[in-house]
Design a binder for this molecule. Structure first.
Ligand SMILES: [Zn+2]
Length: 106
């Protein structure tokens, strides 16, 4: 699909404010399950629209829904908590970092 331009008014009214890698532009996305992504230069009335394979708003709500209703989601939650704790314990049990050692030696 070729990029095309669209008016800022339209996307501001009907699309969702969003984020994108180009932080200096204003971003709007077609409401799910749409895949269009508009990037509007600040102060411009025209936005460049392109097709994104993934709509983060779409995949996020999908993800949350599936997450809540599936055992897999539960399993992932448990695993991520365990991994998170293990990481924390590892971090806490690390020997002093060089800076704090210098602090105590001096
Ligand atoms: Zn995009």
């Amino acid at each position: 699909m070729e990029d095309f331009s669209i008016s800022r008014k339209f996307v501001q009214q009907d699309w969702q404010p969003s984020v994108g890698e180009k932080f200096w532009l204003d971003h709007f996305r077609e409401p799910p399950p749409g895949h269009l992504h508009a990037e509007c230069p600040r102060g411009s009335e025209k936005c460049q629209v392109h097709y994104d394979r993934i709509n983060p708003h779409n995949s996020l709500s999908d993800a949350v829904e599936h997450f809540v209703e599936s055992d897999l989601g539960f399993a992932i939650t448990v695993v991520s908590i365990v991994v998170g704790e293990a990481g924390l314990i590892y971090w806490l049990s690390k020997p002093c970092n060089p800076e704090s050692r210098n602090y105590w030696d001096s």
